[in-house]
Design a protein around this ligand. Structure first.
Ligand SMILES: Cc1ncc(C[n+]2csc(CCOP(=O)(O)OP(=O)(O)O)c2C)c(N)n1
Ligand code: SF4
Length: 341
């Protein structure tokens, strides 16, 4: 598919910051040849992290594949806000699967391309956390196990947002959702449950697993491009704030994405064949309150009296991640999850 030229007025500050770099080092969004895969006119909420993440992911994948890419998309916010019939914001070949079978559909697309001898065309599948860690989980694990040639991208907004903010297996402890309300002194979402899909993907020892946030967009682009260098199953887990579902200000999307990493709540790393190869270090560790307080889904933690017990448990989880992934230490990866002796 031909790349669409961008006009000068479309160039933002992210681009301006790239002017000092060699053209080859500039971000995908900084380039006149970017594909605008998810273009303007869609109906995402203001400040939607999922829309931002998807745009960067697919433009980077388009560049990495020289435009030879097909995207699959499970049912969820990204699909709904981008394709209100009869319109579409997608400027790439794009296929809508059911809520539950996105990985199976993507595997089928890769198999069909292989049968046609068109393995130069690559498949990128996308889903929210519900479509990934819950209803799509079985077919995703099968895709990993068979090592199908698909990059699967989970946009993790930590709940079923499209259908009114219900809990998913990726909803964090203590968060309020429509069905985890903190009534009668309960905690909101329970502690100790939920699925850590990046680590589950690593356990399949697939060629490439990475996590990223929409606060570090160059890092996100890099991970997509790196993923496309591999053949076989690859998994990218992108943290994407949802202002509507989280009760957060649209202007805080990037701030929250930065804080979730700087607290240690969301480790940002890369892994190859089940072994962690890179971690993004925390520059200044931030207490978890700074991340929790701007989100109304955690308002019950800051009442009178505050739920110090719950805040401390969330802090303990962040500290555990920091120790486990060496987020504050020297760049020695020998003790990291999956590291081989
Ligand atoms: C079998 C089935 N059950 C339920 C639904 C309704 N449904 C559509 S999207 C969705 C939730 C999507 O959540 P998620 O995958 O996290 O994506 P988000 O909207 O948060 O981006 C649900 C429950 C459906 N389409 N199919
Ligand atoms: S509900 Fe959340 S994920 Fe859905 S469009 Fe709005 S901000 Fe984006």
């Amino acid at each position: 598919m031909a790349f669409q030229e961008i006009k000068l007025y479309q160039v933002g500050t992210f681009v301006a910051g790239n002017r000092l770099l060699d053209p080859e080092q500039r971000s995908v969004q900084a380039r006149m040849g970017r594909s605008n895969s998810l273009t303007s006119g869609h109906r995402a909420c203001q400040g939607c992290g999922e829309a931002l993440g998807a745009r960067y992911v697919l433009d980077a994948a388009m560049r990495a594949t020289d435009g030879k890419m097909i995207a699959a998309n499970s049912t969820g916010c990204l699909e709904v806000f981008s394709t209100p019939y009869p319109e579409s914001s997608w400027q790439v070949p794009w296929l809508h699967s059911l809520f539950g079978n996105g990985p199976a559909v993507a595997s089928g697309m890769a198999a069909a391309l292989k049968a046609q001898g068109r393995e130069d065309i690559r498949v990128v599948a996308q889903a929210g956390d519900g479509g990934t860690v819950d209803i799509g989980f079985g077919t995703l694990s099968g895709m990993f196990e068979r090592n199908d040639d698909v990059l699967f991208v989970c946009y993790d907004n930590q709940g079923y947002m499209n259908t009114g903010v219900q809990r998913s297996g990726a909803t964090p402890p203590a968060a309020r959702t429509a069905n985890t309300k903190p009534v009668g002194g309960t905690t909101g979402n329970v502690f100790g449950q939920g699925k850590n899909l990046p680590q589950i993907a690593m356990a399949h020892e697939i060629p490439y697993v990475a996590t990223a946030t929409v606060a570090e967009l160059r890092d996100l682009e890099h991970k997509v491009e790196r993923a496309m260098e591999f053949r076989g199953a690859r998994y990218l887990h992108v943290y994407v704030p949802c202002p509507l579902g989280w009760g957060a200000a649209p202007a805080d999307t990037i701030r929250l994405a930065r804080l979730v990493k700087e607290t240690g709540i969301f480790p940002v790393f890369e892994a190859e064949h089940g072994v962690v190869t890179e971690v993004s270090r925390i520059r200044h560790q931030v207490p978890v309150e700074d991340y929790l307080r701007p989100q109304r889904r955690y308002a019950h933690l800051f009442g009178d009296p505050p739920r110090r017990d719950l805040i401390d448990r969330i802090q303990a989880g962040a500290d555990r991640n920091i120790a486990r992934f060496g987020l504050l230490d020297d760049p020695d990866t020998s003790d990291l999850p999956g590291a081989r002796p």
